[in-house]
Design a protein around this ligand. Structure first.
Ligand code: FAD
Length: 309
């Protein structure tokens, strides 16, 4: 119920105006969002790098309303890649399809994302693509395959364990030696298309990891990033990779800024690749609300910050 409420609030304009202008709530958000400017995000990534953790920078923003806005957002990702290069950060970028124009059609989106992947390639970097609500999933995955056709690699696609369609999507990517970020899924999807219980979603996630760890997928060069804080999934991956003799360079762990910071460090200290998603930018509100939706403790954390304890 709490989850539904915060997901709904994440889309509500009045709530957004209130929270984004309310000082204590803005301060609470800083645990999960690096700041409103790129300079602030660079400082956060530098601190992560100093602790042996990689960055995954995302200028937050979703669902632009005009093609011009989408092109501007795409330009910002080019700029971001150049800044990462200039600052010699150990970081890549993540973008949302709706932010760079998926709603204006797959071709429009493809042009923008392909331009960004090309810039990344020239700078020796890579690009990650977030996955959004179910109406956007088919086109997002089609474009990912087009990107693989064009570039061969250098781009990773997030996929959601809760969707029933994902095993087929993951198998298709594994067959091509592509790369996924496996997440549970952050949107509210109906039971007709998505698992609802935590047990079913975890079981689905394990079966998806099995596809990527199979001999065939590994021989194709498939690379798995697990985007989760769940100890059950993290320990499963560590155990299973060890049992199958899959090296630490063949998969990685990804977590969100401000979530399970001790665990991020523990895994990095054990020699695993750990990458932390660092969102920044003025449009941080929906992102912050989805983090509150995920976990009652996050709401308590914000409540304490707001009442000043
Ligand atoms: C790097 C990254 C990228 C993502 N990208 C996308 C995307 O593109 N599209 C999308 O739909 N979703 C994305 N997500 C969000 C994802 O779908 C989940 O909503 C989110 O990660 C919560 O799921 P979980 O796997 O962490 O497990 P949960 O079921 O939320 O948590 C499992 C367990 O993790 C532990 N845990 C979780 N949070 C905390 C905490 N704050 N402190 C201590 N323990 C904690 C607890 O033991 C908890 O029981 C992303 C997540 C990550 C980490």
């Amino acid at each position: 119920m709490l989850r539904e409420l915060f997901i709904r609030l994440s889309q509500n304009g009045t709530a957004r105006d209130f929270v984004t202008h309310f000082g204590p709530a803005r301060r609470a958000a800083r645990r999960f969002v690096a700041g409103e400017t790129l300079d602030e995000a660079v400082a956060v990534v530098r601190a992560l790098n100093a602790r042996g953790i990689k960055g995954l920078l995302n200028e937050v923003g979703e669902s632009v309303t005009t093609p011009e806005e989408a092109n501007q957002a795409a330009q910002a990702f080019h700029h971001l890649l150049h800044r990462i290069h200039a600052e010699k950060l150990d970081a890549t970028i993540s973008l949302k399809p709706s932010h760079i124009g998926l709603s204006f059609g797959p071709d429009f989106y493809y042009e923008n994302v392909a331009g960004i992947v090309e810039t990344a390639r020239q700078l020796g970097n890579t690009v990650e693509i977030d996955i959004e609500g179910s109406p956007d999933v088919p086109a997002t995955l089609d474009v990912y395959h087009r990107l693989l056709d064009t570039f061969g690699g250098g781009v990773r696609q997030a996929v959601q364990a809760y969707l029933y369609r994902t095993p087929a999507d993951v198998q298709a990517i594994a067959n091509r030696g592509g790369s996924i970020r496996l997440v549970k899924g952050a949107y509210s999807e109906p039971p007709e298309i998505a698992h609802q219980s935590k047990t079913a979603i975890n079981q689905a996630a394990i079966e998806l990891m099995e596809i990527f760890l199979s001999d065939e997928a590994q021989a194709n060069g498939a690379y798995l990033a697990l985007g989760s804080h769940d100890p059950v999934l993290i320990e499963w991956l560590i155990r299973e990779a060890r049992a199958r003799g899959i090296g630490k360079d063949r998969f990685e762990f990804q977590m969100l800024l401000g979530v399970r910071r001790d665990e991020q460090q523990r895994l990095a200290d054990l020699g695993y690749t750990v990458r932390v998603y660092v969102p920044y930018g003025r449009a941080w509100y929906p992102y912050f609300m989805r983090r509150l939706a995920e976990r009652p403790a996050n709401v308590l954390f914000m409540a304490r910050a707001v009442i000043g304890k």
